[in-house]
Design a binder for this molecule. Structure first.
Ligand SMILES: [Zn+2]
Length: 217
């Protein structure tokens, strides 16, 4: 191992010391450095989800973008939400949003307990702050505990989430924030619940879009 690789390894875990580090290269001081950010790719295609007006997602699910999501979702690094929310709000500003209220896909209660926060809720609050839009909890999960989506195939993901979300008092235009869009089953189920509750336009704003052939865990 050369000295640069050794340094990168050392720098790869400085969050353990309480200092933010780039999710791509490990340089200290920022969650995502400009160099690594510039290297992130847009999704290879536009996501289309039944029941959702459109999907906005700045990044393909790979490299530092994937590392940030895994850090937020699995490693309890709440600060990883910052660079994700930066990119999501920039995407929203570039393309324009119809919805004037932000909500989020509520996490599974067991996951939220383990993590200590609802990761999509954290992204929604940070994105709402950047965009100057109100963030309201409009969705909740209903019915029995269901299998984790990542354990299921494409068709089963849609069946698993039928009626899984309930919405209340949705305004006409809603933006749903989540970390990832894969098959769109989760976003579709949330969109349906919001429409039943009064929404006409449902947009999804996520950090990454990953076609379902990828492994989204
Ligand atoms: Zn970097």
């Amino acid at each position: 191992m050369d000295i640069w690789a050794a340094n990168r390894m050392k720098l790869g875990a400085p969050h353990l010391l309480g200092t933010p580090a780039c999710a791509g290269c490990g340089v200290r001081g920022v969650g995502l450095c400009p160099f690594c950010r510039a290297g992130l790719a847009r999704p290879v295609q536009e996501a289309r989800v039944p029941g959702v007006t459109r999907v906005l997602a700045p990044w393909d699910y790979a490299g530092a973008a994937r590392s940030l999501i895994l850090a937020l979702k699995l490693r309890g690094r709440r600060s990883a939400a910052g660079p994700l929310a930066d990119a999501m709000s920039e995407e929203a500003l570039t393309r324009g949003l119809e919805g004037k209220v932000i909500t989020w896909v509520p996490g599974r209660p067991a996951d939220t307990r383990v993590r200590g926060y609802d990761h999509a809720g954290v992204l929604a609050v940070e994105t709402g702050e950047r965009l100057g839009l109100p963030v309201l909890r409009l969705l909740r999960r209903t019915g029995p505990r269901r299998p984790d989506q990542t354990a299921l195939g494409k068709e089963d993901r849609w069946v698993n989430l039928e009626g899984a979300f309930h919405a209340r008092n949705a305004p006409a235009g809603v933006v749903i924030v989540d970390d990832l869009v894969t098959t769109g089953a989760t976003a579709g189920a949330c969109g349906e619940a919001l429409r039943k509750s009064g929404a006409h336009t449902v947009e999804v704003l996520a950090a990454c879009y990953v076609p379902s052939s990828h492994d989204a865990r």
